[in-house]
Design a protein around this ligand. Structure first.
Ligand SMILES: Nc1ncnc2c1ncn2[C@@H]1O[C@H](COP(=O)(O)OP(=O)(O)OP(=O)(O)O)[C@@H](O)[C@H]1O
Ligand SMILES: [Mg+2]
Length: 219
């Protein structure tokens, strides 16, 4: 089954065409890496895949259903129930502690607080953040923030995880920890699309999609 399918996706902003006719799909269970130079359109593509941004033209399907005409309410339901996002910039709430940041999406979705906290503790521990659960976001390092964002994205056990440079600021030990957890959840059934600059990380995915100047040059 195709989780997401993009057909003829074009995105024009002002005078610039930042996505130039992209045909790409991801099968359930895949772990796909997206690579390409800075400015090639990787994040823009991920936003379209994640139903966060509408293309100027082209068709978007999620689990076989066409969604590019769907309203924001419908799209947010799909995003909340099916997707996890790790953004290039993490968007954590600085005045809240790690635990609160991680459980928020699950609480929004209706999970019981105790259950959410249990899962959050486990995820934070797996990501090397055990013992820091009650710290505020501004009291941890940038790399730690990135891992909190990953824990938050995994909280809802998404069927599709979209991650934009999830290891961008991490040292090799924490990069390995993130890759290990991605491989584990992928083995447990989560489909993953990960943007990365690092070719050795991309090589660990099932498939490498390469972007150049708004186009997919390898899929
Ligand atoms: N909102 C926007 N308005 C105008 N131009 C934009 C906008 N968003 C992206 N762009 C342009 O589109 C192109 C692709 O941007 P995008 O962020 O997708 O690249 P990227 O491959 O993710 O780069 P990086 O590796 O640096 O994150 C760039 O030239 C960028 O300047
Ligand atoms: Mg980007």
């Amino acid at each position: 089954m195709k989780v997401v399918e993009l057909l003829g996706i074009r995105k024009v902003i002002g005078q610039e065409e930042i996505l130039k006719g992209i045909d790409l799909w991801v099968e359930a269970g895949e772990f796909v890496a997206i690579v390409g130079a800075s400015g090639s359109g990787k994040s823009s593509l991920l936003y379209v895949m994640g139903l966060l941004d509408k293309p100027t033209s082209g068709e978007v399907f999620f689990e076989g259903q066409r969604v590019d005409f769907s309203g924001e309410k419908e799209l947010s339901v799909i995003r909340n129930q099916k997707m996890g996002f790790v953004f290039q910039f993490h968007y954590l709430l600085p005045e809240f502690n790690l635990l609160e940041n991680v459980i928020l999406p699950a609480i929004k979705r209706g999970m019981m607080k105790t259950e959410a906290q249990e899962r959050a503790y486990e995820l934070l521990k797996r990501l090397g953040l055990g013992g820091k659960e009650r710290r505020k976001i501004y009291q941890i390092s940038g790399g730690e923030m990135q891992r909190v964002a990953i824990a938050r994205a995994l909280m809802n056990n998404p069927s599709l995880l979209l991650a934009d440079e999830p290891t961008g600021n991490l040292d090799s030990k924490n990069t390995r920890a993130v890759m290990d957890i991605f491989k584990e959840i992928n083995a447990e059934g989560t489909t993953i699309v990960m943007v990365t600059h690092e070719l050795d990380l991309a090589a660990q995915a099932h498939r490498i999609v390469e972007m150049r100047d708004g186009q997919v040059v390898r899929a």
